[in-house]
Design a protein around this ligand. Structure first.
Ligand code: PRX
Length: 631
């Protein structure tokens, strides 16, 4: 007996059931878990406030389901295989039993330091096993984790710590990325100069670099472990208690803290993991994402561990020490299910095929893609060279806000079409809307992608600002969750997500708001105004193009460009560095003073043949000037 969908016909039946009887459907999926008390009501919702509650009244702890529940049957099975940055170094494996005791120990360290249910804990760490322990240790004691990706700057960390009023930070003495060492602890120290809610910083010794420890605030993990027991009773949580906050960019203002709660997220991440990848008990599963993003939360940690799977955590990068690193790891650990981003595929497909062919990839059964649209060329390369022209590719569309995969083939069962995420998963009711918010019924159309019914993994709010959540996702189209994406539905009803329709740029699968980058650039004292747009980029999917007006007493241009670049690094992080910065005298504007981004996008793309009517602009001459100065 296996609780996976076994055929396309079964998928269709499950889908029907999930639409006709959503509560019975999701209750049947939730039953397999350990609940301290069963829920009183499966679902209560309205998309106006919005209010969405799944499994209300249910009591549980998600780590009991990730760990304790498996001990009897899978205690000695590898839970996490950690593959370090250094290709020569040994991997480290933690069985479910070992992971359980590591998590309990770290949970006790946190408890001993006074961290309690509901407290917010910021985690800023490399991809080392202690990062997974930290995430699960928070969940064990009911503390809310807020993981910040290691590529973000001190300012970005400070913004996130302050927004959630975190009282505790977990970090390390350093981090490796390819041939680089990054000073993680120093970045945290810098961030904390701007924060006054943090009492304690727990530091994991990893790189053994010398770091400053602030008395009464900072303490070493290896010291604290000595007095921590391995026995830790889980905090009993309400199904709707917050599990974590994860910051993501939108079209306006600072990144917002997307809030996920415990019960629904648990049921959804496990169900989608098991079904999309068609996970089987002995499979070795590897998702190459970083735990700093939602993909890492749902499909490195929670989904796989809830399913009792063996999940690989990789510290390094795909191209170091050479572009065969991914395939070497597949061979080394006999990976069966491999889940990565199109940007990695595009980076690797430009290299000699030798880097692929010299490795034995025969263990692979399922390939996955996530984070951005996958272009046909990359899809075909992935399928032919990694998938031996026979493996299924699951192109999974979803978002930080959705908590788990929403539209995707089920490996081996669903039809596949390059670039198409295909059909919605059971429980997901996507619609395409026209500009007036009407549902488009027919196929062979494009529209705004929205969802008309709740699913258990969806966001509940944006931390500390529910109104922002309502405005961002539930106001544009009344009665719907609006994704911010545009999509096409082909004549057979298969979905292809085309990309963002708002001012969000997707760079290598990472989301940045144009306003966020503009604000960072504006911090430079010589900058008068900046406009940022995305443009097609061969490897990253989209690149960042910044047009900047600077003050008259501007220094030399090359120097200014360098400084603007550094301003972005300082305020957001290296991950958001513009690919191109063009200094301009003026930006094309409408008569009401609005920047004409459409024109800026065209110029950035290098497509100036059809700019439309520019004579109505306030300053049409600005257009030619930016065309002439294009980098
Ligand atoms: O535009 C869509 C794109 O990534 C956005 C979500 O980004 P984020 O919240 O960072 O989560 C990324 C990992 C789930 C979406 O609004 N996107 C994600 N997956 C796909 C995609 N676009 C096309 N096809 C996909 N498979």
């Amino acid at each position: 007996m296996t609780n996976r969908i076994q055929s396309f016909e079964e998928y269709q039946k499950e889908y029907e059931k999930s639409i006709n009887e959503p509560e019975a459907f999701w209750a049947s999926k939730a039953k397999q878990f350990t609940w301290r008390k069963e829920w009183d009501k499966v679902l209560e919702w309205n998309f106006d406030e919005p209010k969405v509650e799944w499994f209300k009244g249910g009591k549980l702890n998600i780590t009991e389901n990730c760990l304790d529940r498996h001990l009897a049957e899978r205690g000695d099975k590898p839970a996490i295989i950690w593959e370090p940055n250094d290709a020569e170094a040994d991997a480290r494996t933690y069985s479910y039993k070992e992971l359980h005791s590591e998590v309990c120990t770290m949970a006790n360290v946190l408890r001993n330091q006074g961290v309690k249910k509901g407290d917010r804990v910021c985690i800023y760490m490399p991809m080392i096993p202690e990062l997974a322990f930290a995430v699960l240790a928070c969940a064990r004691i009911g503390a809310i984790h807020s993981v910040v990706f290691g590529g973000f700057s001190a300012n970005a960390i400070a913004d996130r710590i302050n927004d959630a009023a975190c009282s505790f930070v977990i970090t390390s003495d350093g981090m490796y990325r390819g041939d680089k060492h990054l000073a993680v602890k120093e970045t945290v120290d810098e961030a904390l100069k701007k924060c006054n809610t943090v009492d304690k910083v727990l530091v994991v010794k990893y790189t053994d670099r010398k770091v400053d420890m602030v008395a009464a605030r900072d303490f070493w993990y290896h010291d604290a472990v000595a007095s921590a027991s391995q026995d830790c009773q889980p905090e009993v949580m309400d199904a709707e208690d917050i599990l974590f906050i994860l910051y993501t960019s939108g079209s306006t203002g600072k990144p917002k803290g997307v809030v996920h709660t415990t019960g629904g997220y648990m049921v959804y991440s496990e169900y989608t993991f098991r079904n999309v990848f068609q996970y089987e008990e002995e499979d070795i599963y590897w998702c190459t994402a970083d735990i700093g993003w939602i993909t890492g939360h749902s499909y490195i940690i929670y989904g796989p561990l809830l399913a009792g799977a063996t999940t690989i955590m990789f510290e390094g990068v795909p191209t170091w020490p050479d572009p065969g690193r991914f395939w070497q790891i597949v061979e080394r650990h006999k990976v069966n299910i491999f889940y990565t981003a199109p940007t990695a595929i595009r980076a690797l497909m430009t290299r000699k095929l030798d880097f692929v062919t010299k490795h034995d990839l025969s263990s692979l059964k399922v390939l996955g893609s996530v984070g951005e649209p996958i272009n046909e060329e990359a899809w075909n390369w992935y399928r032919n060279n990694i998938g031996k022209n026979e493996l299924p590719i699951v192109d999974t569309w979803w978002q930080t806000e959705t908590g788990g995969i929403m539209i995707s083939p089920l490996a081996n069962h669903s039809p596949m079409k390059p670039g198409f995420a295909t059909y919605p998963l059971p429980g997901v009711q996507p619609v395409l809307l026209d500009g007036d918010g009407n549902e488009i019924e027919e196929n062979g159309v494009e529209g705004y992608l929205a969802v008309k019914f709740p699913w258990p993994g969806m966001l509940r709010t944006t931390y500390g600002d529910h109104e922002r959540c309502r405005r961002t996702y539930f106001e544009t189209y009344k009665g719907y969750y609006f994704t911010g994406d545009g999509a096409r539905r082909d004549p057979q009803g298969l979905y292809r997500v085309i990309g963002r329709v708002d001012d969000v740029i997707n760079v290598s699968g990472h989301r940045f708001g144009t306003a966020e980058i503009e604000n960072a650039i504006d911090e430079h004292p010589h900058v008068v105004e900046a406009a940022v747009v995305g443009f097609p980029h061969d490897i990253k999917g989209q690149g960042i193009y910044a047009y900047v007006i600077c003050s008259e007493d501007c220094m030399d241009e090359a120097q200014l460009i360098k400084e603007i670049d550094q301003e972005v690094v300082k305020h957001i992080g290296k991950v958001a560095r513009p690919d191109k910065i063009q200094i301009v005298d003026d930006l094309p504007k409408t008569r009401s003073g609005k920047i004409m981004r459409r024109i800026l996008r065209k110029v950035a793309e290098g497509d100036t043949s059809n700019l439309g009517d520019i004579t109505t602009l306030l300053n049409p001459e600005a257009v030619q000037e930016i065309i002439d100065g294009r980098k």
